[in-house]
Design a binder for this molecule. Structure first.
Ligand code: 5GP
Ligand code: MN
Length: 342
């Protein structure tokens, strides 16, 4: 444990008005960890609110109390009031204030205590107490560890477990990446606490709409380009695609991963045109570090095997920039590939 649990205990010794923050475009881990922590803190007599910069995806609708989350974009006054009256903040599943943009206004110099729990690389000093560890699969796994560190693993109720299990399943892609013996031990505890594994996984994976399946088909049939010499594949979408298919946020979730279903691929890229920006998602296998590529060239970051970034150049320029970078990484790609297949 590399954070001061005594300090956490003393902060939580008396009832607090807590606000939990997580990142823009919240995923299963952001929402699951926030709600898991909310249910735990409430059971300890604290008053808890969650503020997210933007709305959560519909498929998370089964999470207990998800509809009480305050969305800053839609309920700005309520969010500001919750922040104004809080006396303790939690920062979950992100580690730099640019991930919550306007929500973070004034927080950096705010004297009220902040506790961060996060598994991303290179944390910025956003909190007084920082439980930061990229060896965890997910922030949800860390929230369980946090409760255990407090001697409160016994307080993992069915509600807490269902929320935490959700983020573990989504951030590991259904136990495909970032797993460990520790993770499976924690998962066993969550199932024992009453999580319905089959039902949660059904809620997570079998929720595609007809539109989303057709978008996936379009991406794979018409928008995929492979660069086998660099073991890299790219899927892209234009503004016209967004209009034609009426693509909304979340409709393209997971599409990037299909490239890595080909055994010799080490890098998958998804580059898509937004109204004012071109966004990209990179995924990789083994030792191939795409976080570095996003950080160095696309003002982004994330994890070694899952990162994102953006560009203000047009779509075609961004795609060419990405393609032109590949020769620079050829050595790294090849050695990661050889090691992966040893
Ligand atoms: P996704 O590709 O699913 O949007 O994001 C994958 C991971 O990359 C996320 O866990 C997130 O941490 C990171 N990420 C995505 N976009 C950005 C970005 O613009 N900046 C930074 N620093 N990280 C990002
Ligand atoms: Mn996460």
């Amino acid at each position: 444990m590399d954070y001061d649990i005594k300090e956490v205990k003393s902060l939580l010794a008396s009832p607090k008005d807590v606000v939990i923050f997580s990142h823009r475009n919240p995923d299963g881990d952001a929402v699951g960890s926030s709600l898991g922590l909310l249910h735990y803190l409430r059971s300890q007599g604290h008053s808890v609110k969650i503020v997210l910069p933007s709305d959560y995806p519909d498929f998370l609708g089964y999470l207990p109390d998800v509809s009480n989350i305050i969305i800053y974009d839609d309920e700005t006054d309520e969010a500001r009031e919750a922040i104004r009256t809080a006396n303790l903040f939690f920062i979950l599943d992100f580690n730099s204030f640019d991930r919550i943009d306007k929500v973070s206004e004034g927080l950096m110099d705010d004297k009220r205590p902040r506790i961060m729990i996060d598994h991303h690389l290179y944390p910025e000093p956003v909190a007084d107490i920082m439980f930061s560890d990229p060896s965890f699969s997910s922030t949800c796994e860390m929230v369980y560890q946090f409760m255990d560190d407090l001697g409160h693993a016994g307080w993992v109720t069915e509600d807490v477990a269902t929320c935490l299990y959700t983020g573990i399943v989504t951030d590991t892609g259904g136990f495909k990446y970032a797993t460990s013996p520790r993770l499976f031990r924690i998962v066993a505890k969550l199932i024992e606490a009453g999580t319905d594994d089959y039902k949660v996984q059904d809620n997570i994976w079998n929720t595609m709409t007809e539109k989303q399946l057709r978008i996936l088909g379009h991406c794979l049939a018409n928008r995929m380009e492979l660069y086998p010499e660099y073991r890299t594949g790219l899927i892209w979408l234009t503004q016209e695609d967004y209009k034609h298919f009426d693509i909304k946020r979340g409709d393209t979730e997971g599409i990037v991963n299909y490239v890595l279903r080909m055994p010799n691929m080490m890098i998958a890229a998804f580059i898509h045109e937004q109204p004012t920006i071109v966004k990209m998602s990179l995924r990789s296998k083994g030792d191939m570090d795409v976080q570095q590529i996003c950080k160095s060239h696309f003002r982004g970051g994330g994890h070694k095997n899952a990162s994102g970034g953006a560009s203000f150049a047009p779509l075609s320029t961004t795609i060419n920039k990405f393609k032109d970078l590949l020769p620079d990484y050829a050595g790294e790609i090849e050695s990661a590939y050889l090691k992966f297949n040893q």
